[in-house]
Structure formats: structure tokens, C-alpha cells
Design a binder for this molecule. Structure first.
Ligand SMILES: Cc1cc2nc3c(=O)[nH]c(=O)nc-3n(C[C@H](O)[C@H](O)[C@H](O)COP(=O)(O)O)c2cc1C
Length: 366
């Protein structure tokens, strides 16, 4: 039977991936508390359905920073898609575009951003980490603009890598057959050197990321691009306000899927204060633990303009390449539409704070 839920894609992916790759995709940092909280946070909310509303048509289409989407959904940036499927980001781009879904391409994509743009039929944004090599960042920003990417997403929660215990135990390193296609191989040598008890990725980050950057440095990034810049990894109203003061086009409320600061607040709990701080002056995108249409609905009700999914996109990619990525996002869109109908909110603008309430019921079945 074809997958009926996002969790079905996870089960399929488990059968396709080796243990080390599975741990890399699934894992969080330290005690994986924030990872667990990402999913659990949705269970603290329940929906407040309205009845006798005309829901004969439910419209999920939206536009986010000029990106026209069939639903407020996107693929979160995740590194090295070739780890889970030979076509890597080319399949993700083709599949996401077919579903009218945004694709945020990671700086560590295993296909070139130009090749991805060639096969893409939907909107693309490019995610960056702040490398010590600013010339590399400026070059990537220029290439993204030339290739038609619509925005840059600067991830700001990774001055160093979180302590990912599964990767340490596995001595995780990137298979040399899979490369960071957009970066000079000389920058990437550390990612290939696996040793039990150490993570090649952590060592690479320590050596190549600039942990000294501050708010004042954002002016430089803005000076090398005309693209709007979103900051990903914002979890407080204070930082959301600073982001807007420093010229960001918006923020991605995210704890990196529980892979960076463990015990960090679940993004869903931070969302209302960030939406209030941004106050309509920029876009607010959310990621972390979104697994159902009701989760998408809840994040929208708390003020998100769109949500991104990280691991589920990789599960679908592993399970069935581009077609499965399309099907995954079609499934989520259908679940969102179904939720809108049963909740009596046929337009996205109807999904406001009155559509949800905090609840004591916390049981989750998957
Ligand atoms: C395997 C994997 C690789 C990731 N790589 C990146 C990355 O290169 N850049 C980035 O900003 N976030 C990265 N993330 C974090 C995701 O963008 C996103 O914040 C997170 O996966 C959302 O949670 P979810 O997986 O529950 O949907 C990665 C996450 C995973 C699981």
C-alpha cells in the first residue's frame, strides 16, 4: 500500500538506509530532549473547530517572499541528499517543484546549485552557514542570485556543532563519494575522516565556521547580495527584533530539529512571541517536528507564514526519489486541506490564534 502518513515514509526509509546514515538523519544532540520536544510540543495544542461554515472549497495556496506555493510548505535545508538517494538534490528539487513546494537548498548540497536550478520547477532558496572564508560566501550569494534563487537563509544557531552522540559513537564521516558540490574540496577534507569517538562533521565545523560573527557582521552579507536574507535558528523575541532591525526579511523559527542546543525551547513555544516581535514587518517560517496536516495548521494558527520539513523530505527521498517527495507534500497538503475543512477555516487567513487552544491532552499515536 502506498504511504498514508508521513510516518509511513519514515518506516520505508528505515529499510533503505544503513545504521550510520539513519542515525545521522534521525539523531539530535546530547540527551535528545529538544528533539523529543519538537514533536511533543504539537500535542500541547488542540484545535477549536467552527461549524456551519462553507468549506466546499479550501484554498491552501500562498505566496511567501515572492515564492508562489500550492501550500505553505517547504523542504528544510538538509546537507548531502546523495547520502540517501543517488540523484540527491536533483530529485528533491524535481519532486518539490511538482508539488508546488519551496526547496531550501543546503550550503552542503551534494549537487551544484546551478544543476538544481536547472531541474527545479518550483521556488528555491539557498541556506548558508557563516564560513570563515567570506570570499566563498560572497561567491555563493552571487551564484545563487544568478541561478534564480529567491532568498538566502543564513543559519545562525551553529557557531559549532551540537554534541551529536550517535555520530560520535559511530565515528560518522561523509562518504567521499558524496561531496559538497558547491564548495572547494580543499575546504571539505575534514568531513571525510571518520574515527570512533569523534565526529568528522564537528571537526569540520570547528575549523571552517566563523564563531565570532555578531549582528554587526550582517551588514557585510547584505552588502554582497540583493536577495532577501532570512535568519534561521531564531528562538526568542529579542533576537527576532534584532533580526528585523538589522535588515532581515524574516526569520526561521527553528532549533535545528533538536541537533544543536539540547534543552533549547521547542520552536512551537517560541513562535507566538516571535510573531508578536516581528509584527508583520517580515516573514516568519517555522520548522521542527511537523509530521501531519494538523501540525501545519497549528503552526499557521500560531502565526507562521509557512513551515519547513527536514527529516520527512529525506525519508521520502530515500523511499522513492522525486516521485515520493512529490507524494509526501501532496499528502501533507491534502491533510492540511482536510483539517481546514473539519475546523471550519477554508482560507489560510481564517487560521488565526482562535483556531487553537492549549490542552492537557498529550497522547500521540506515532
Ligand atoms: C540530516 C539533517 C541535515 C541537516 N542539515 C542542515 C543544514 O545543512 N543546514 C541547516 O540550516 N539545517 C540543517 N538541518 C536542520 C533542518 O534544516 C531543520 O531545521 C530540521 O530538520 C527541522 O526539523 P524536522 O527534521 O523535525 O523537520 C539538518 C537536519 C537534518 C535532520
Amino acid at each position: 500500500m502506498s504511504p498514508l502518513t508521513v510516518a509511513d515514509y519514515r518506516a520505508l526509509a528505515r529499510t533503505r538506509l544503513d545504521d550510520r546514515t539513519w542515525d545521522y538523519v534521525e539523531g539530535g544532540s546530547d540527551g535528545e530532549r529538544t528533539l523529543a520536544d519538537c514533536a511533543a510540543a504539537f500535542d500541547r495544542y488542540r484545535l477549536r473547530p467552527r461549524v456551519l461554515v462553507d468549506v466546499s472549497t479550501c484554498d491552501t495556496a500562498t505566496t511567501v517572499l515572492g515564492a508562489r506555493l500550492a501550500a505553505p510548505l517547504g523542504v528544510a535545508p538538509t546537507a548531502y541528499h546523495q547520502l540517501v538517494h543517488p540523484d540527491g538534490e536533483l530529485a528533491t528539487a524535481a519532486g518539490a517543484g511538482q508539488a508546488g513546494t519551496l526547496f531550501v537548498v543546503s550550503i552542503f548540497a551534494s549537487r551544484s546549485i546551478e544543476d538544481i536550478a536547472t531541474v527545479a520547477t518550483g521556488p528555491l532558496w539557498l541556506q548558508l552557514y557563516w564560513l570563515r572564508r567570506r570570499d566563498v560566501l560572497a561567491e555563493l550569494a552571487g551564484r545563487a542570485e544568478a541561478a534564480g534563487y529567491g532568498a538566502l537563509v543564513l543559519t545562525v544557531d551553529t557557531p559549532r556543532l551540537g554534541k551529536r552522540v550517535r555520530d560520535l559513537r559511530n565515528g560518522f564521516a561523509i562518504d567521499p563519494a558524496v561531496s559538497a558540490a558547491n564548495l572547494d574540496p580543499a575546504l571539505m577534507t575534514l568531513t571525510y575522516g571518520g574515527r570512533s569517538g569523534s565526529s568528522a562533521l564537528a571537526e569540520h565545523v570547528q575549523a571552517t565556521f566563523d564563531a565570532s560573527v555578531t549582528w554587526a557582521d550582517l551588514a557585510w552579507l547584505r552588502s554582497v547580495t540583493r536577495l532577501p536574507i532570512l535568519l534561521k535558528g531564531v528562538l526568542t523575541a529579542e533576537d527576532a527584533r534584532l533580526a528585523m532591525e538589522h535588515g532581515a526579511a524574516g526569520v526561521v523559527v527553528s532549533n535545528h530539529g533538536g541537533r544543536q542546543l539540547d534543552a533549547a525551547v521547542p520552536g512551537l513555544c517560541a513562535l507566538p512571541e516571535i510573531v508578536a516581535a516581528v509584527a508583520g514587518t517580515g516573514v516568519v517560517v517555522f520548522d521542527g517536528g511537523v509530521r501531519r496536516g494538523t501540525d501545519v495548521f497549528t503552526a499557521l494558527a500560531l502565526g507562521a507564514d509557512a513551515v519547513l520539513l527536514g527529516r520527512p523530505a529525506l525519508w521520502a527521498l530515500a523511499a522513492g526519489g522525486a516521485t515520493a517527495v512529490t507524494d509526501l507534500f501532496a499528502l501533507l497538503r491534502a491533510e492540511l486541506s482536510g483539517t481546514m475543512a473539519l475546523a471550519g477555516r477554508p482560507r489560510l487567513t481564517d487560521i488565526d490564534a482562535t483556531a487553537v487552544m492549549r490542552s492537557e491532552a498529550r497522547r500521540r499515536l506515532d
